[in-house]
Design a protein around this ligand. Structure first.
Ligand code: C5P
Length: 476
């Protein structure tokens, strides 16, 4: 029989194939075999005996960013025994709509209200009901069901289940999973208002909250019991699904949203003639990492870079240029900005008279290069009257007397903060991936020095952006 190469399949079909193989606990190859065999026998190829709603075809690019390495986030949904259990079936759908895998556990009491068959049909997974299940594919089922999830949701969380949890009981599958869990737990309590307000339940709720358990609801409203109303209705499935997603995919904090941040990075190249230039060893890594961190914090980032071998961070527009004078021009054109961070290793000098043609070796001897000072971009922007950014930050790359030199630089350049780092060749900072920095902040005549431990340039960037976010918040 001809071999089938999965790599040659269309992306969407391949993803669907992988998902269904994972759902059915088979390898992709075995799944293909089952499909082919069933097709040949003209039989439906799903293992379940009930009709299943097909999963939406998911292209990888359609999946939310930052999903767990094993694919879609997984929820173990424990359905407790209450009248609201019927809503848990809808909850399965609402979770799956949000691209969350659901594996259901039904308590004994829950099976009085909904069937395992219905939960299995909706979740497309085997449903678990027994602590000692000889059929289970898991060795210690309660441990696997607790650990093989990114979140455990209990809906409805009955008074009895909550009492067991608060006390640490483990005499059935649901309570054993909850006791064995090392993942976040979300409860959607549902019970009669008298039970919810009972002193015992109040104590249990308080204990569970102290234990770090999250809760959604209960809501106020009519009860299933005739003519009864009050707090105790289970939150709606859409509310529970939203709360679950919030825990699984916490919204990124974007403290610099709406702020314009200008960053310079990399070295500059100062031309000697059309083919030669003066340069330095800056890699641009620290500046690019700061740009990425600022973007992640929601800022509108303008990155101006000298010649580097780095890809633009996602979402950041980079202007590439060569010389210090071009860099100053571009920085001025970018104003006004809220924050400016000058991480570029700008050449202090350039050649006074750039050769129009390549300099030739001559019998007259070695050419003499006359140097003139480059404009100081940091000092120029720091001393602006009209468009001075609210916060101006410079770098001090030193090989000796780090702190004293950095303090002097802070005063001389007129910026607000300086990040000082030792760039002695032995430390490998220039071009390396780690940095040891000291943050100097000026408050009137006072200068505070905050020395950070050695860390990656990305960590330095994240820490700097966190400090900036705090300062920006304080100033507004
Ligand atoms: O004077 P020094 O080069 O040590 O100062 C370093 C700081 O000043 C860095 O923040 C660097 O980006 C900035 N700088 C500048 N323009 C220059 C020289 C340095 O913006 N011409």
């Amino acid at each position: 029989m001809a071999n089938l190469t999965i790599r040659k399949l269309d992306d969407a079909i391949r993803d669907e194939l992988r998902l269904r193989a994972a759902r059915n606990g088979r390898s992709v190859e075995d799944e293909v075999r089952v499909i082919l065999r069933d097709a040949a026998q003209q039989q439906p190829h799903e293992p379940q005996t009930v009709p299943r709603t097909p999963l939406p075809m998911l292209a990888k690019s359609a999946l939310p960013a930052g999903e767990p390495a094993h694919g879609l986030p997984r929820v173990t949904l424990i359905i407790g025994g209450g009248i609201a259990a019927y809503k848990a079936l809808d909850l399965i759908r609402r979770l799956k709509e949000r691209h969350i895998e659901v594996r259901c556990v039904l308590t004994k009491a829950a099976q009085q209200f909904v069937t395992a068959l219905a939960a299995s049909a909706l979740s497309h997974q085997r449903v678990h009901t027994d602590l000692f299940d000889p059929e289970s594919e898991f060795d210690a089922g309660h441990i696997r069901l607790a650990r093989d999830a990114d979140l455990i949701v209990v809906a409805p969380a009955t008074a009895d289940l909550m009492a067991k949890m608060a006390q640490g009981h483990a005499n059935d599958l649901a309570s054993a999973i909850l006791l064995a869990a090392n993942r976040p737990i979300l409860l959607a309590p549902a019970m009669n208002p008298l039970m919810w307000n009972n002193a015992a339940t109040r104590r249990n709720v308080m204990q569970l909250r102290r234990d770090g358990v999250a809760m959604v609801g209960p809501n106020a409203g009519e009860m299933a019991e005739a003519a009864e109303a009050g707090v105790g209705r289970m939150a709606e499935p859409t509310e529970i699904a939203a709360a679950a997603e919030h825990l699984l995919r916490p919204p990124r904090s974007r403290p610099l949203k709406g702020k314009r941040v200008l960053i310079t990075a990399g070295p500059t190249h100062e031309a000697i003639d059309p083919v030669r230039y003066i340069a330095n060893r800056s890699s641009g890594k620290q500046g690019f990492a700061i740009a990425a961190a600022a973007e992640a914090a929601g800022a509108d980032v303008l990155l101006i870079s000298g010649p580097v071998d780095l890809a633009a961070p996602a979402g950041v527009s980079v202007t590439h240029l060569e010389s210090a004078r071009q860099m100053l021009q571009r920085a001025e054109a970018a104003l006004p900005v809220d924050v400016a961070i000058f991480a570029a290793a700008v050449a202090d000098w350039r050649v006074a008279h750039e050769g129009e043609q390549k300099l030739k070796k001559a019998a007259a001897g070695t050419p003499r290069l006359e140097l003139v000072e480059n404009p100081d971009i940091l000092a120029t922007i720091s001393k602006l009257r009209d468009k001075r950014p609210g916060l101006v930050i410079g770098f001090a790359a030193e090989t000796e007397n780090l702190i004293e030199n950095a303090k002097a630089k802070l005063a001389r350049k007129g910026c607000d903060w300086i990040l000082a780092n030792d760039v002695s060749p032995a430390l490998g900072v220039m071009g390396g991936d780690r940095n040891t920095v000291h943050l100097l902040t000026r408050n009137g005549a006072e200068i505070a020095v905050d020395s950070w431990a050695a860390m990656t340039k990305e960590q330095v960037a994240a820490k700097l952006i966190a400090h900036i976010a705090k300062a920006v918040e304080k100033a507004s």
